[in-house]
Design a protein around this ligand. Structure first.
Ligand code: APR
Length: 228
């Protein structure tokens, strides 16, 4: 039985792939009001603006490449049972080769019916436009979790944290609940590491590795692979 690792990621792990974070300088929430583009109220008020916001982000994701941190995380699977639990809606972990990825805030490369959240479709084109309807005739929207909507895989994720021998948290400000609370489900005897370039609220009992994902994750992964 391979030891188990949970890798918990936020927007910071994709920053060096050229994708914007939310709360850093120049981040998405400095350019847009989240109430307008990432809430059911914003959708009701002006769906075209919401679609434009996600179409632009989706084109960015399609043009981005996984970085050395994504690749290192995928390599952990050589010696460990790895579950990636990500707040990110991009597919860079999957494209880097990670085989168990839970997206607690949904996936930008999937569309869903705005009337029935169980009707989810792979994105055929890069854009969703007003007038793109599901087979029930309701407008398609991005299959992402907006503020005020239910986060996904929460119980399953908490269970994975509680079973992990090591937890690696990368690139998250831990400001959006309930996802942020997952880091506290790690058990006392688990090795816990937190990677971020800036001094911020580090969860209790996590070793802080100050630096970017690309700087800090590959050497840590090499060390963990060597010790396995
Ligand atoms: N490497 C590692 N971490 C980085 C890097 C980098 N190159 N660049 C920035 N960071 C860190 C920042 O220091 C910050 O702690 O990544 C974190 C990004 O924080 P946020 O922008 O708040 O992103 P995140 O924590 O993923 O946001 C959580 O908020 O708006 C919602 O749904 C959205 O999933 C998102 C959630």
């Amino acid at each position: 039985m391979k030891p188990k690792i949970v890798v918990f990621t936020g927007a910071g792990v994709s920053a060096e792939s050229g994708l914007k974070t939310f709360r850093d300088m120049g981040g998405l929430w400095h350019e847009h009001r989240l109430e307008d583009v990432a809430s059911p109220e914003g959708w009701r008020r002006d769906p075209a603006t919401v679609l434009r916001f996600y179409n632009e982000r989706r084109l960015g994701v399609l043009a981005a490449q996984p970085n050395a941190a994504h690749a290192a995380i995928a390599r952990l699977e050589e010696k460990y049972d790895v579950v990636v639990i990500t707040q990110n809606i991009d597919d860079l972990h999957e494209r880097a080769g990670s085989s168990q990825v839970l997206h607690v805030h949904g996936e930008i490369l999937k569309a869903r019916s705005s009337a029935d959240q169980s009707r989810v479709y792979p994105m055929t084109g890069a854009l969703i436009e007003i007038g793109d309807l599901c087979e029930l005739g309701s407008q398609l929207r991005p299959d992402v979790v907006w503020f005020g909507e239910n986060v996904r895989h929460l119980r399953e994720s908490a269970r994975h944290f509680a079973q992990a021998d090591k937890v690696l948290a990368i690139g998250t400000s831990l400001t959006v609940w309930p996802a942020a609370g997952l880091v506290d489900h790690a058990r006392d005897r688990a090795e816990r590491v937190f990677v971020s370039p800036e001094q911020q609220e580090i969860p209790d009992h996590y070793r802080f590795l100050r630096g970017t994902a690309v700087e800090k994750v590959p050497p840590l992964v090499e060390a963990w692979l060597a010790q396995a």
